[in-house]
Design a protein around this ligand. Structure first.
Ligand code: SAH
Length: 457
């Protein structure tokens, strides 16, 4: 259907929503993906790109709006993807996420009508993120902080990041305003084209329970183009909750935000938070769940599914700083955990010690390599927790884990598509999906988290 040309305008009904929040319209059966368009809406759409099997369109006019549309949201949050579901009411976001999990289990795992338990909603649906990574750029001679437009490196200046804790926004804006007092914006802000400039990104973490903050300035060099002492003194005077300030040196031209080298400028090298009553040190390179209140609900769901007993040996795979295993270490006999980032494993070991937990064994390594070694060594867990990144589990990992003959495997997933794929692999290896529950960790965004329990056939 390539008679469709750029700039043609049609009236159409939005028939679906993609998993990333774009509306779908069909022009004589040919699908166009359209930002800021919701199912059931009647729109006037302009064709902006035509591909072989699908194209993209832009809303010219909404002729009939969805009753589920949120009208008072800034379009910058949609354009940047900060809140790519922000134009949908929270209730409908939950309905949609629930449906996604059901559909993926049906399509990918051939589980028709699998009874997915109802999604656990968030109490707080904005300002919940405890972490931010904010690019710093010069626009028209002025230093700006904000977020990239989707699929681009064009910065949209933003002061209120909508889903981040306000204290984090305040720190970002304070740094921006401080830097604006200098008249060498092009020396201060990094430029991706010329690869000149100093400050690439501002990375901030704020502990939910203790309120401690960490600032990491991602820079091209440890030489400051501004008055270092004045800057540090302003930061620590204005932000008494700032307990750690670090430089991260990144000279690469790649799109990785963080480089390998950290330099401590002020305070300590990690901040402390607590989850489910246990205390945790979190260092800059380590992963930490970005929505602490909901992550606690997520873990509790995983523990309910696990139904632990005092004699259990458990595995905490993809452990990060050890939160999943350590929160229940005093309820089980033995905890084994592995994680690929060395600094996170150091945190996990220290966290075990600080919480006086002496039955844990955290090691550095790839889960898909460590698990077969443990199998070989005769480790016999009763229960395995897995919490992999978006790409899901490695087949080697699944083979080893299922050979250990644990009574159950509890899978925490941040990507229902790879989760559904892994359901099939588990079933081929003798483990059946018993239950699944989504937990909304990321309100206003398309991201879906879920917990699944597999039991031995
Ligand atoms: N369970 C932790 C971390 C989950 S995020 C928590 O709830 O906070 C996933 C973790 O897996 C990250 O810490 C990441 O560094 C780690 N990871 C990624 N690939 C890995 C691999 N192949 N083997 C082991 N860990 C890996």
């Amino acid at each position: 259907m390539n008679e469709l040309k750029k700039n043609m305008i049609f009236e159409a009904e939005v028939v679906d929503l993609t998993h990333e929040g774009q509306g779908v319209v069909k022009i004589d059966g040919f699908p166009l993906f359209v930002d800021n368009a919701l199912p059931g809406e009647q729109i006037e759409v302009r064709v902006i790109k035509v591909g072989k099997n699908f194209g993209f369109g832009r809303v010219e006019k909404i002729l009939k709006a969805s009753p589920h549309r949120v009208t008072d949201i800034s379009l910058d949050y949609l354009r940047t993807g900060i809140a790519d579901f922000g134009h949908l009411t929270y209730e409908e976001q939950l309905v949609y996420k629930q449906k996604q999990v059901v559909e993926l289990l049906k399509k990918t795992a051939k589980k028709k009508d699998f009874p997915v338990e109802p999604i656990l909603a968030a109490g707080q649906t904005t300002k919940y993120r405890n972490k931010a990574q904010v690019p710093v750029r010069e626009i028209n001679g002025q230093i700006e902080t904000g977020f990239y437009r989707k699929n681009s490196h064009q910065l949209v200046p933003i002061s209120d990041f909508y889903i981040q804790h306000p204290r984090i926004d305040a720190l970002v804006n304070f740094i921006r305003d401080f830097l604006r007092k200098y008249d060498n914006a092009s020396k201060i802000a990094y430029n991706e084209q010329t690869r000149k400039g100093w400050l690439r990104n501002i990375v901030i973490r704020r502990a939910y329970h203790t309120e401690e903050m960490m600032l990491v300035l991602v820079v091209t060099s440890d030489k400051f183009p501004i008055d270092k002492q004045a800057f540090l003194s302003a930061l620590t005077t204005e932000f008494k909750d700032l307990k750690s300030i670090q430089l991260n040196i990144n000279n690469s031209d790649g799109s990785f935000i963080l480089g390998k080298k950290y330099l401590l400028l002020y305070g300590k090298s990690s901040i402390t938070d607590s989850m489910l009553g246990k205390r945790f040190e979190i260092s800059a390179p380590a992963f930490y769940q970005v929505n602490t209140a909901q992550a606690e609900k997520l873990y509790q769901t995983a523990y309910e599914f696990a139904d632990l007993s005092e004699t259990d040996t458990i595995v905490d795979a993809y452990s990060g700083i050890g939160t999943i295993g350590l929160c229940v270490a005093d309820q089980v006999a033995q905890v084994y955990g592995m994680e690929v980032i060395p600094a996170a494993v150091e945190n996990a070991k220290l966290n075990a010690k600080n919480n006086e937990l002496h039955n844990t064994n955290y090691v550095t390594g790839k889960a898909e390599q460590v698990m077969p070694q443990w199998l070989e060594a005769g480790v016999k867990p009763d229960l395995i927790f897995v919490d992999p990144p978006r790409k899901g589990l490695d087949e080697q990992f699944i083979t080893a884990a299922t050979q250990m003959q644990a009574r159950a495997i509890v899978y925490i997933s941040c990507n229902p598509a790879t989760f559904a794929r892994d359901v099939v692999r588990f079933e081929e290896n003798g483990y059946l999906l018993e239950k699944v529950r989504p937990v909304d960790l990321f309100p206003q965004t398309h991201h879906i988290e879920c917990v699944g329990k597999f039991i031995r056939k």
